[in-house]
Design a protein around this ligand. Sequence first.
Ligand code: ACO
Length: 315
Amino acid sequence: MKISGTGSVLPRKVVTNEMLSQFLDTSDQWITTRTGVKSRRVISDEKLEDMAIEASLKALADAGMNADELDFIICSNVVNEYVTPQLSCIIQGGIGATCPCIDINCACAGFIHALEIAESFYKAGRVGNVLVVCAEEPTRMTDWNDRRTCVLFGDGAGAAVLTPGDNIRSIKLSASSATDKLWQYRLLHHTPYITKEEVDVPLQMKGQDVFKFAVKAASRDIARTLKETGVTADEVDHFMLHQANIRIINAIQEYLEQPSDKFPVNIEDHGNSSSSCCPILLDECNRSGRLKRGDLIAMSAFGAGFVSGAVLFEW
Ligand code: ACO
């Protein structure tokens, strides 16, 4: 397939590090030097599904396509207000599409997993045009009294329209179960028969373990896509990495021995918006004119599970 259109939407509310330090034992200096985040966009009066619909409509407009031309919609989401129906079905109705749709939850690596599904369906001859939309509100997962987690995240929605083509050169996915490193429990409704102890626990993270996994997995996944295609890192024009921590991005950049101007970033004023990071960054690069037709892009993301993935594609 090829990516023919992109779109993104951020919540209006800007929350700066200074605002956080008014109620948390933290500082702009700590957050900036340890993470690279200066401010993030946080959902207040918006609904996530409305942001996802708007991002999708922008991507369709960018691709010059109507929603009724879509054959499939894949929505990547970890959490939203609905348990059911699936977010993709709400988006389908909101944009006026009639095609089938699915939700996936692959944490922050959702965009790359969705591209793999779209590409596989396309190669099997089952779809032509696919909408991938990532919509995430990780700020609703963290405890806002926990300075170790809540400072990292922001919300947002990013979308891409895929059409027939052969621009996707390679995709590599990985999973390595580590459920004690990054997890959250939610409380389900009680029944008269539940005898086990159940608790409601906000997002828990062993930050340094996640950091090490992220650098290793992203470096390995990108290297695998390069090896499979015979492309060298020097030949890649842009490395678009999951925006979790600027120090993780810098470590991957060092491993790849590539100049920093090949690594577009928006973490400073977006924070980590889970699977939305990659399509939002792609959309911002697209709309700013940073991408030229034929450019080679290596994209990589990692997240809870652990799961990770990288894709090498031509713009
Ligand atoms: N402000 C001030 N101090 C803080 C803060 C904060 N916001 N957060 C932690 N600290 C303190 C800790 O309490 C600790 O203090 P102590 O030594 O007195 O115990 C000290 O800072 C150092 O803490 P570390 O956890 O060792 O700090 P580290 O340098 O590892 O940075 C961080 C923490 C930023 C979380 C880093 O480990 C990281 O980015 N890890 C990866 C996280 C990530 O990518 N998560 C997203 C995964 S994607 C997904 O699926 C959601």
